[in-house]
Design a protein around this ligand. Structure first.
Ligand SMILES: [Zn+2]
Length: 60
């Protein structure tokens, strides 16, 4: 995969944008970005960047 991003998804229970621990993998991240505007903005940017490459693979 050739996606270049600052996000680090190697740890699913840690927010890759701010490093906070999430309540749970996946769903916890969705709640997290809802409560953290900076992370939501970064996540939206990241999602736009990879949407073309990962269409269908991101099922969060
Ligand atoms: Zn965060």
């Amino acid at each position: 995969m050739a996606v270049s991003t600052t996000a680090d998804w190697s740890d699913p229970i840690t927010c890759p944008f701010c490093g906070d621990e999430l309540a749970s993998p996946g769903a916890g991240f969705v709640d997290h970005v809802d409560e953290n505007g900076d992370c939501k903005r970064d996540f939206d940017l990241w999602r736009e960047n990879v949407a073309g490459d990962l269409a269908g693979e991101w099922s969060g």
